[in-house]
Write a protein that binds this ligand. Structure first.
Ligand SMILES: NC(=O)c1ccc[n+]([C@@H]2O[C@H](COP(=O)([O-])OP(=O)(O)OC[C@H]3O[C@@H](n4cnc5c(N)ncnc54)[C@H](O)[C@@H]3O)[C@@H](O)[C@H]2O)c1
Ligand SMILES: [Zn+2]
Ligand SMILES: [Zn+2]
Length: 362
């Protein structure tokens, strides 16, 4: 029997989001129904609302979520009723050319639920990142629900579902940061701070936080930054070089999504160093003009990072264990908990830079 629940819907580009009655079907083959307990407000939800991601309105927003599996469809294994799960937006297929080559984190055919959730009048909803979790219940592909230790606080655990995993993975998986490395992170929102926390956890020697907002720099220190650079008053490239013996950092992480910042990350890097691009650019942005001789002459690597090159089934349980052991402070990302009908105000607070994450709890 379908379920009538409340969900946060974006009906038209730029319009404020509204709480609507959403019909959620019982899970079909390979799907699970999840009772959502918490869902973080991510920049990507705002991009959906503003029509920057597509024109498939109406959207059911929300994708950084944790909850409990309420029922499972035919043929589901690996996740069961009553499991505490974190949702992910890259459920790997196992059979595409990336998966077959043993690189499932690049999977080119990730799974979502095939059934649609709808408005009361039957209009199908496009769920944000194939999830749609600003809702009391949501239906997803079984592989999108990753079981983790149920002792984790849902508001914190759900954040692994997007920004925190993307930042942490950008540092550890894509950037392969390790003990003794020098690191600079450009942009210290939830994503950048997770990269800082990841770098600290694996023993990076120097971790330089770069942002234009002094409050963000203070928070970055709490996640493990050893030095901070205020990009509104200092030249980030010069400062990162100064702080790394004149050489530049081994790994520079761009967590803003802007060509000017990518250029800074490129030049703030030591010879043969790595630039990781985890910030998402707007569709009209172009790569910064960099002389090709600099690209060649400086060596190393420029690496975009999708979802932190994570493998949810491998990485979520580990990060939850580190959290429960007190070694990875997921709670610190939760600036406030809010109700379903407060998402629109949370977008404004996010735009003003007042929060790392507002988290809807249900
Ligand atoms: N690659 C992925 O899979 C993935 C996943 C989730 C989010 N993201 C992207 O990561 C980026 C960061 O996300 P977030 O949630 O941390 O966003 P956020 O808005 O919370 O943080 C961005 C930070 O960058 C700072 N900033 C802006 N311009 C700057 C500049 N010129 N120099 C230095 N700092 C600057 C802001 O002050 C802010 O602290 C976004 O582009 C988001 O879309 C990527
Ligand atoms: Zn695949
Ligand atoms: Zn997100």
């Amino acid at each position: 029997m379908p379920h009538e629940v409340r969900g946060v819907v974006a009906r038209a580009s730029g319009d404020p989001v509204t709480v609507e009655t959403v019909t959620v079907p019982d899970p079909g083959p390979g799907e699970v129904l999840v009772r959502v307990q918490a869902c973080g407000v991510c920049h990507t939800d705002l991009h959906y609302r503003d029509g920057n991601i597509g024109d498939d309105f109406p959207y059911l927003l929300g994708h950084e979520a944790a909850g409990v599996v309420e029922s499972v469809g035919a043929g589901v294994s690996g996740v069961a009723v009553d499991d505490f799960v974190v949702l992910n937006w890259r459920a790997v297929c196992g059979v595409c050319r990336a998966c077959r080559r043993g690189r499932p984190w690049y999977c080119f055919a990730t799974h979502n639920a095939s059934q649609a959730m709808t408005l009361a009048d039957g209009t199908p909803l496009a769920p944000a990142l194939g999830i749609g979790a600003f809702a009391e219940r949501t239906v997803v592909a079984a592989g999108q629900a990753t079981p983790v230790d149920a002792r984790a606080r849902p508001a914190a655990a759900g954040l692994l579902g997007c920004g925190v995993m993307a930042g942490f993975g950008a540092a550890i998986n894509t950037g392969a940061i390790e003990r003794d490395d020098t690191v600079a992170v450009f942009g210290c929102g939830g994503v950048g701070d997770a990269a800082i926390a990841g770098a600290a956890l694996v023993g990076a020697r120097t971790i330089i936080a770069v942002d234009r907002d002094p409050t963000k720099l203070e928070w970055a220190r709490e996640f493990g930054a050893t030095d901070t650079v205020d990009a509104s008053s200092e030249d980030p490239v010069d400062r990162v070089r100064e702080l790394t013996g004149g050489h530049g950092a081994d790994v520079c992480i761009e967590a803003v999504g802007h060509p000017d910042v990518l250029r800074q990350a490129f030049y703030a890097r030591d010879l043969a160093g790595t630039v990781v691009q985890v910030g998402v650019p707007a569709p009209d942005m172009a790569l910064p003009e960099i002389p090709m001789i600099d690209f060649f002459g400086r060596g190393g690597a420029l690496k975009p990072s999708w979802y932190g090159d994570c493998l949810p089934s491998r990485d979520f349980p580990v990060l939850i264990d580190l959290y429960l052991q007190g070694r990875f402070d997921l709670d610190r990302f939760v600036s406030e908990t809010i109700e379903l009908d407060e998402v629109e105000e949370a977008f404004l607070r996010m735009e003003r830079g007042e929060v790392l994450r507002s988290v809807v709890t249900i």
